[in-house]
Design a protein around this ligand. Structure first.
Ligand SMILES: Nc1ncnc2c1ncn2[C@@H]1O[C@H](COP(=O)(O)OP(=O)(O)OP(=O)(O)O)[C@@H](O)[C@H]1O
Ligand SMILES: [Mg+2]
Length: 210
């Protein structure tokens, strides 16, 4: 039986090393890739630049790795949902068991596109909860965990924590790990230098470096 892919969160203050980590993960991972690339900074990993959904679908159909650069003046949350809806359709054969082609969907600056506010139906929220059945693995990135919807925060199988900023940021991070390791986790987080991280998975933490 195939193992469906997991979601990953990457958190840390500005310049702490988040995007560098995301790049390392996607370089090591074959298969389809779409980056929701607000700052248009993933040209090396995702050479096919798409400004529209049609351009994104064309790139994927041609077997290319795609960066979707949303209109920064537009509603980024609505654009993320639109991309999520199309990717769900692209991955329908995986859901139906007719394909094993997985897709990694990286979302940079998630506080902009999937903020921590109450919302009605959301295609991206559905991917958080059930994306694995469509073979879609999310990698969500944000400076502040608290600014991102709990729909994403509560569905990750693995989280990378880089140095944070405020006391609230450290509290939010600690609240998301199992109680038994909270004191050790806090201490380890506070000792991090830029580009060092704590990887948290299945109740365990491990220190690493970009
Ligand atoms: N191993 C490393 N050690 C020190 N600096 C590095 C290392 N790898 C990359 N850098 C540099 O550190 C800078 C910040 O890294 P990165 O862009 O990954 O941070 P970030 O957390 O994504 O920041 P932002 O929130 O502003 O997007 C980059 O300019 C990068 O070139
Ligand atoms: Mg970055």
């Amino acid at each position: 039986m195939r193992t469906d892919p997991d979601h990953i969160g990457i958190w840390g203050r500005t310049k702490s090393g988040k995007s560098t980590r995301a790049r390392a993960i996607i370089r090591a991972r074959p298969g389809r890739l779409v980056v929701f690339d607000l700052l248009d900074e993933y040209g090396a990993e995702a050479p096919h630049r798409a400004g529209t959904l049609a351009e994104m679908v064309r790139g994927l159909a041609a077997g290319r790795r795609v960066r979707f650069v949303p209109d920064a003046m537009g509603d980024t949350a609505a654009q993320l949902d639109a991309v999520a809806e199309v990717l769900t359709r692209v991955q329908a054969p995986y859901k139906a068991g007719q394909s094993d082609a997985r897709l990694t969907f990286v979302v940079e600056e998630m506080a902009d596109s999937f903020p921590n506010v109450r919302r009605n139906k959301s295609a991206f929220g559905a991917l958080c909860r059930a994306g694995r059945h469509w073979g879609i693995a999310l990698i969500g990135i944000s400076q502040r965990m608290a600014d991102v919807s709990t729909s994403f925060r509560n569905c990750t199988a693995e989280d990378y924590f880089f140095p944070l900023r405020t006391a609230t940021d450290y509290d939010t991070a600690a609240a998301g790990v199992v109680k038994a390791i909270q004191p050790a986790f806090r201490e380890a987080l506070l000792s991090l230098r830029p580009h060092e991280f704590i990887a948290y998975k299945a109740g365990e933490m491990k220190k690493g470096k970009n």
